[in-house]
Design a protein around this ligand. Sequence first.
Ligand SMILES: Nc1ncnc2c1ncn2[C@@H]1O[C@H](COP(=O)(O)OP(=O)(O)OP(=O)(O)O)[C@@H](O)[C@H]1O
Ligand SMILES: [Mg+2]
Length: 402
Amino acid sequence: MRPKVNEVFIPGAFPKYTYVSRESEEYEETYESRLRYCLNTAGFLTSIVGPSKTGKTVLCEKVIGLPKVVSLTGNDFKDAEDFWITLAKKVRLPLGTAFVHQESLEGEGLAGTKEARTASRSESYGSNKDEVINFFKNNDLVLVIDDFHYATENMQYEIAYQLKDAIRYSFKAIVISLPHRSDDAIRKNGDLSGRLNLVNIEPWTPDELKEIAITGFEELGVTINDSLVTSMAQESLSSPQLMQSNCLNLGLLREDDPNIDLETLNVEILNKTYKRTSLNHLTYQEVARKIKAGPYTRGKTRKSYTTIHNGITADIYELVVKAIAVDPPTVRLSTDEMKQRIDSLIEKAEDKPERKKIVNTIQQIQNIINTSEQMYQVFEYKDEQIYILEPLFLFYLRWGKL
Ligand SMILES: Nc1ncnc2c1ncn2[C@@H]1O[C@H](COP(=O)(O)OP(=O)(O)OP(=O)(O)O)[C@@H](O)[C@H]1O
Ligand SMILES: [Mg+2]
C-alpha cells in the first residue's frame, strides 16, 4: 500500500519517506557521516551552525535516532537552576540528595540566590553531574541544545563550562546555532579550542531540493514533469521546508482532483500551490506590512510613484518591498540590482528615484528591523547587499496577500 501525501511530505518534522542525504563540499562527505564522525570523537563537543530551516534538527534526528535525542533549547536553561538538574528533569531522572536539596531551597525562597547556587552546585558536582552523565552514557543518549543563542550570555558560558568538563567523560553533546547569531561562548571559547568539532551547514542547492519532490512523487506513484519540480525548487529558495510544503500542497490539490495534469508544465496549478503554501506563513504578512509602512512620517505624505501595474501607485518603501519580490527570486541582491528592479517597476523614466534615496530607504528599513522582535529579523543590509535571512519571508512576499 502506498503512503498518503501527508505522510510523504512533512514540512514540520522528520520526513521519513523524503529524507535527502546531502554531500558537503567542505567535508567531502555527507553531512550524516560528518556528524557521525564528530559524535564518535570522544572528548569533543560538536557545534552545528547553519541558516534557519536548513535541516539541522532533522540531521541530528537522522544520525542519532529520534528516541536517543535529548533536545533542549537555549531558553530551557535558567540562571537559577543547576545545569545538570535541568538535564535530569528533562530525562525524568530522579536524582539523589542534591536534587532534593535544591528543591528544599526553593521552598525556603532561597532558589536563585547565590547561596542556593553554591549549595546545589557543590553537592551536584559529586553526584548530580555523575548521575546524569552515567544515565546518558548507559542509554546512548545525546544532548542536543538547539537555538543556543536564546540562552543569556551568562548561561552560554555556564553551558560551555559544564560541557567542556563533561565531554572528557564521553558525554555526547551537540550545540546548534544560527549564523549571524552569537555563539562565541562555543566557537570562540579558548577553553574549548582543540575540543570542538564543527559542522557548517550550507544552503540547499536547487538539485538537492528537487530530490525531495522526485523521491516523494515516486513514492506516491505519481508521474510529475521536471518543469514543475524545477519551478518548485526555484520558489523554495534553498529551503527544504518550503519544498516539502510546496510538494505537500501540490500533492493535496491533485488528490482533491485526480484529473489535474502533472505531466506537463501546469502554471495554473503551480500558482495555486504557492498561494496555498503562503497561507502557512501568514505571520510574515505583519512583517511585510511593518516594513512597507516605513518609519513614522510625522503626518507628512511620501512621494507617490506610478507603477507599471495598471497605474497602481506606491511610495518608496512599498517599491523596495515589491522590488525584492519580483522575478527571479533570490536571497541576495546588490544595491545596483535593487535600483534596476525599482526602475523597471516605475512607469515614467523621469520619476525613477536616485540610488541614494534607495540606499537611505533600505537603511531605514534595517533600523526598523533592528529595533523589532526576532520574527522581524528577515534581512540584513551589509556591504551594499541585501541578504534575505528568512526564505519564508521572501516566499510570502511573492505569493502571499500583503
Ligand atoms: N535532509 C532533509 N531531507 C528532506 N527534508 C528535509 C531535510 N532536512 C530538513 N528537511 C525539511 O525541512 C524542515 C525543517 O528542518 P529542521 O527543523 O531540521 O531545520 P532547522 O535547521 O533545525 O530549523 P531551525 O533553524 O528552525 O531550528 C523539516 O521539517 C523537513 O520538512
Ligand atoms: Mg532546529
